[in-house]
Ligand binder design. Structure first.
Ligand SMILES: Cc1cc2nc3c(=O)[nH]c(=O)nc-3n(C[C@H](O)[C@H](O)[C@H](O)COP(=O)(O)O)c2cc1C
Length: 173
């Protein structure tokens, strides 16, 4: 039975999702560091981490310490996209459920190497989307995020993870 929600966030989007999910599922919410102090090794958890160059921050550490039952990877892309790539890149076994959630982007809140990397990446991404003649609404949304920053965190994006939990876990309670 899942005992808690554990997260790693850099600019706050993943933290917001973790707290929303904790509230909805009535589970305690911890940062990864707090969780390592508060919960025993192997405790079943849901893990949320932000996506950096397709890797899920903190996932390996979380897996080493806990029994991860579901992973929510928070990135810039649309909710529900990139799930296959994220699973493969992070070598997440089939026994663990994976969801992707759209977080946000805020250059002003980035520091050091993260800011440096996103400065380059965002310019390349902006240019390639601007050059497209058949831009989709998702492209327009990404362009807006890249140019103006913002958060796309919303409870609606958590519908699938909540459904998964209700179908697989809540009846064990
Ligand atoms: C260095 C860096 C690399 C990133 N790489 C990706 C990526 O590969 N895919 C993606 O969807 N988002 C990527 N992002 C965007 C973050 O995952 C996104 O801003 C997320 O909402 C951050 O979560 P947080 O606010 O909890 O820190 C990257 C951000 C940074 C700073």
């Amino acid at each position: 039975m899942i005992q808690g929600i554990v997260y790693t966030s850099n600019t706050g989007n993943t933290e917001k999702y973790a707290k929303h999910l904790g509230e909805k599922l009535s589970l305690p919410v911890y940062t990864l560091e707090d969780a390592k102090r508060s919960m025993g090794k192997g405790t079943p958890i849901i893990y949320l981490g932000w996506i950096m160059a397709s890797g899920i921050k903190g996932y390996k550490d979380a897996q080493k310490n806990f029994c991860v039952r579901m992973v929510c990877a928070v990135g810039m892309g649309q909710t529900g996209t990139q799930q296959k790539e994220i699973r493969e890149k992070n070598q997440i076994p089939a026994s663990i459920e994976v969801f992707t959630l759209q977080g946000g982007f805020d250059m002003q809140r980035l520091r050091g190497i993260n800011r440096f990397m996103m400065n380059m990446v965002s310019k390349t991404m902006t240019k390639s989307i601007e050059e497209k003649t058949d831009r989709t609404p998702e492209d327009e949304d990404m362009l807006d995020l890249l140019k103006n920053g913002g958060s796309r965190v919303s409870l609606e994006h958590l519908a699938e993870p909540i459904r998964w939990y209700e179908q697989n876990e809540s009846r064990e309670k």
